[in-house]
Design a protein. Sequence first.
Length: 366
Amino acid sequence: MLDDLLGRVAGCFPRRETRQSCRQMVAGLLMELDDHNCWTIAEAAGHRGPHRLQHLLSRAVWDERQALDAASAWAVSHLDDGNAVLIVDETADEKSSADAAGAARQYSGTLGGIALCQVAVTLTYATGRGHTLIDRALYLPEGCAADEEHRELAGIPGEVLFASKPQLAGELLERAHAAGIHAAFAAGDEVYGGRELRRRIRQLGMGYVLAVRANHHLATSPGHTVTAAAAGRLIPARAWQRMRTGHGTKGARHYDWAMLEATSDDTPAGHEDGHSMLLIRRHRYTGTLSFYRCWTPRPAALAQLIAVAVLRWRIEMVFTQLAKGPVWPVGGGGQDVADLDLVVGDDDAVDEQFGQLPPLGEGGGG
């Protein structure tokens, strides 16, 4: 399988030596090493030093964008089951200085608070067969974008301007769509629940399940607007349904779920209204509520929307697990090997937390 993948991206490397270095780098990333950097991977490959691999990442000429697109298409061809979900999220790489492009003190859930880091908006393709990161975009904070000295030192091109995380997410989704990668749903956390991104998702022909905050406003009927928290209080006791969403250390995890019809506020021009809902999750013991803005072109079962929401949790767990491991610095130049990392398939560690999901195709919609 690895030979097949490397064969797909071979044309991205004009020199044989560069192709060989790429193969050795990828093979090294898949090895069980105490740490993954150019020194350890070079040693495992039998090199005298890390110079070949450092050259691959810093100076060698190869088409990074073409390689990412080819690898993504290859992974999607193996994972596609007809019910894919595209998940927008973000992850961070902690830095020791602000010299790297976009490095600043900023909040990162991956790192558990405010830290000096780079933040990337990511796009994950997920199905019942597994998942893979298929694209990413570096988030350039507004202060960095306006700082001419930072831009010059970090080598930020003049055409790269500030874009919000939802705007970057929309660009990633549109790029995937243009590349022929399609999904039934898009999903994301509260950062991505705004109207502009929801409208862009609908223009691409997808449904969505996007987390929103308790103070998010929505219309439950024409002319009647309430917050998500207030909408939760409108749900009668008999409407809550207890659903198992996985396993924890103390056994099966159950939450109470309910769904409330809402009025669409993001219908693109020339599109049908479809079906807009507010999905609500309630903790069995604390009563804490979580809210999800949902839309489908056809009526969707509660279990289907829950399945999409839970699938996003799995991806967040993966990022959390990666953050607990080594940062993987490469050589002395501060480059990262993360751009070569493509996570595919094995969800065992996450499945132990969340268990078997309801089928995404159940109950229509999407």
